[in-house]
Design a protein around this ligand. Structure first.
Ligand code: AHR
Length: 504
């Protein structure tokens, strides 16, 4: 129930800022899972494929999406992965059981193909490589690092050259395992076991290259029984050796409770704030001046309750797994999750939308056929394009609505980013399902006179989707009536909408 129809308000001033946006906040994730790689980004023989088998239509969409850091090769997959299987002549690579997703991995796409893919995405993209700390350990991590990054003159760097890649890949950003707190993880560990292993691995990797950026595994969800205690134990071991700790969160509508689903970012913001508090608590205990930042390296809407591995699909190559088809409601929630990340840009320096293609992804493909944008593609692409610069402090005064999970929640969720050229973009979500929400923003200390555009993702049907037959059903549309005069921006936000308002 909406409590009041009064306008939602906030004030912007350039002197009151959260922090600068790290471009890696707009990262994504490619896992060997289902069809993310095979028939997603890689499909030799597809009409748009290049000589390396990379789909040109998908690459175009990924560039438009504007992703930066791309995490690889998993996910749960990495915890049973032998990196050596994924290099060298493709026809000699082994087929292996992937225990995580009960699939057969052919390794037709591996490390060098991934690096080629990241370079094809463009200069804004960078690899974020995960090492296996489930079934493997320190030795294999530094061997992979030597293969990938050492220039030449050692067995593994020369092997890379013999495989055709003379120049090192120069991977700067590394994840020390994946979700090691989760009992489902191959090689799952206690916090003490993982903390020691992560510290030893980080120390060895830094012996080769002290300047690497390293991410330790935090909790795979804040509902994990070990959340916060896990982070505290792991950071007590690794504080001086790592730069970031990871967070993962997925949201879905349950039991028809759309009001709570639309407030998912309340949970995400509180997860971030608790993780920051835990990092800083360990820093204080260690009397350290160093700050650990957050890598929110898996986040999205994911209908996990509808996801089941089907026995009849066991050990198939690239089966259709986790192919969620997103609605306009999902797009609005995803936009709100982006707002949550931006509102914490001072501490969230990396974030990866999980995943990139086909698997809970903003892009869908058909083998041999087209690729298209899901509803969720649009808020991400717009935020990545216009959300670069300094996040301004937004303190919302908004009418509220009642939710079963979070109590009274503001109808307005918003942030604002000021670019280097002084232009400002307001990102705003109206969580209300039925009523338009009037918005008033007071602009102080900035010479802003013009509304460049106001677009919204919204639809009369909250279940509207983009499909193979109707791929443009949901796209951002222009919103009329938005004004800027006497230093006050006024707009009306449609019910259940994601809004981008650009001011110059
Ligand atoms: O993104 C899908 C899976 O979710 C990842 O493999 C895993 O890390 C997480 O549980």
């Amino acid at each position: 129930m909406t409590r009041s129809a009064r306008p939602a308000r906030f004030t912007l001033h350039p002197d009151f800022a959260v922090g600068d946006v790290d471009p890696r906040l707009f990262g994504s994730f490619v896992e060997h899972l289902g069809r993310c790689v095979y028939t997603g980004i890689h499909e030799p023989g597809h009409p748009t494929a290049d000589g390396a088998g990379l789909r040109g239509d998908v690459l175009d969409l990924i560039r438009e999406l504007g992703v930066t850091a791309i995490r690889y090769p998993g996910g749960n997959f990495v915890s049973g992965h032998k990196w050596e299987d994924s290099v060298g002549p493709v026809d000699q690579r082994p087929r292996r059981l992937d225990l995580a997703w009960r699939s057969t991995e052919t390794h037709r796409f591996g490390l060098s193909e991934f690096i080629r893919f990241v370079r094809a995405v463009g200069p804004q993209a960078e690899p974020m490589m995960a090492v296996n700390l489930g079934t493997r350990g320190v030795a294999e991590a530094i061997e992979l690092q030597e293969y990938a990054n050492h220039p030449s003159g050692t067995a593994l760097s020369d092997l890379r050259a013999a495989h055709g890649d003379k120049d090192p890949y120069d991977i700067r950003l590394w994840c020390l395992g994946n979700e090691m707190d989760g009992p489902w993880q191959t090689g799952h560990k206690t916090a003490e076991e993982y903390g020691r292993l992560a510290a030893e691995t980080a120390r060895a990797m830094r012996q080769i290259d002290p300047a690497l950026e390293l991410v330790a595994c935090g909790s795979s969800g804040r509902s994990m029984e070990t959340f916060a205690a896990w982070e505290a134990t792991v950071l007590a071991e690794t504080y001086d050796l790592v730069d970031h700790i990871s967070l993962h969160a997925y949201y879905e509508e349950t039991d028809g409770d759309r009001d709570s689903f639309l407030a998912s970012a309340v949970d995400m913001e509180s997860f971030i704030e608790t993780a920051v508090a835990t990092c800083d608590h360990i820093g204080a205990r260690l009397k350290s001046t160093k700050r650990i930042n957050l890598s929110f390296d898996e986040w999205n809407v994911w209908y996990q309750r509808r996801t089941a591995l089907r026995p009849e699909e066991d050990w198939q190559e690239a089966p259709r797994l986790l192919e969620d088809h997103y609605t306009v409601t999902d797009a609005v929630v995803l936009g709100s999750l982006l707002i949550a990340l931006l509102r914490h840009a001072d501490r969230v320096t990396i974030a990866c939308l999980a995943q990139l293609v086909n698997v809970i992804a903003p892009i869908l493909t058909e083998p041999g056929g087209p690729a298209w944008r899901q509803t969720t593609f649009h808020p991400f692409a717009q935020a990545s394009r216009h959300g670069r610069g300094r996040v301004l402090d937004v303190r919302v005064d908004s009418p509220t609505y009642d939710t079963a999970k979070f109590g009274a929640v503001p109808l307005l969720h918003a942030t604002a980013v000021r670019a280097d050229d002084g232009t400002v973009t307001v990102f705003a979500v109206n969580r209300g399902q039925t009523e338009p929400l009037p918005l008033e923003v007071t602009l102080l200390g900035m010479d802003l006179t013009t509304v460049v555009e106001h677009t919204a993702v919204a639809d009369a049907d909250p279940e509207a989707r983009n499909t193979l037959d109707d791929p443009e059903r949901v796209t951002p549309h222009d919103v009329a009536g938005t004004r800027l005069g006497d230093g006050v921006l006024t707009a009306t936000l449609e019910p259940l909408s994601w809004n981008v308002i650009r001011l110059a």
